[in-house]
Design a protein around this ligand. Structure first.
Ligand code: MLT
Length: 213
């Protein structure tokens, strides 16, 4: 692979009908973090799980931030495109279809950026505790994102100290306006994941796979 290579784990599918997943960890996580979650929400899916290439005090992330919730947007754009190249190449190499992203926190934010900047790379996404990744996405990107009905599940925490309710609502609106089929649910949770996230994500991906079949 080219310079877009990421340290990653790949686990092949064990069931033909399950969509491949792109697992994107949160700040301080790595390529091993979400393998268990991936297996819980979609048993049998191929799993592609890269490690973010930016280090913040030694903690891997997918893009640089200036402060909590304040992103270096030039870096967001660059890193999202890099990740997109990696996913395209890795999908070819491993022989999988465009994956459904499953991102948590920083991983959900880079997935949202990827959806806005390079929508063809993903078949859909589960965004766990995501926020708006780019303050002005439509103007500065090459073309208006065309999400063409791609399914997106956005799960937010009602008491999330990092993601204000208005921000996740804005993200849901932005993705809908770009043509995605967005399901947004606000859970009685904080920034951390809860059992409800797992159950909702599992049910949602089951219905998406059934529709695609
Ligand atoms: C981010 O930097 O992407 C968000 O603040 C979420 C986080 O990683 O804490």
């Amino acid at each position: 692979m080219t310079e877009s290579t990421f340290i990653h784990r790949f686990e092949p599918a064990t069931s033909a009908g399950s969509p491949p997943l792109l697992l994107l960890h949160g700040t301080g996580g790595d390529e091993n973090d979400l393998l268990g979650l991936g297996k819980m929400i979609s048993p049998g899916s191929a799993l592609l799980s890269p490690r973010g290439r930016v280090l913040e005090h030694g903690m891997p992330r997918f893009f640089r931030r200036l402060a909590e919730g304040v992103f270096d947007e030039e870096d967001v754009r660059r890193r999202a495109l890099e990740l997109g190249d990696f996913v395209t190449e890795a999908s070819k190499q491993y022989g999988i279809a465009a994956p459904v992203a499953v991102g948590f926190s920083n991983g959900a934010n880079i997935a949202a950026a990827l959806l806005l900047l390079k929508p063809d790379v993903l078949a859909g996404a589960i965004l766990l505790r995501a926020m708006v990744p780019l303050s002005d996405p439509p103007e500065n990107q090459p073309a208006k994102p065309e999400l063409g009905g791609k399914p997106i599940l956005l799960l937010s925490g009602q008491a999330d100290p990092i993601v204000p309710a208005s921000n996740s609502a804005r993200l849901a609106a932005l993705l809908s306006q770009a043509g995605a089929g967005v399901t947004h649910k606000v859970l009685p949770a904080g920034h951390q994941l809860s059992q409800a996230d797992v159950t909702l994500a599992r049910d949602w991906i089951g219905s998406v796979a059934a529709e695609a079949a």
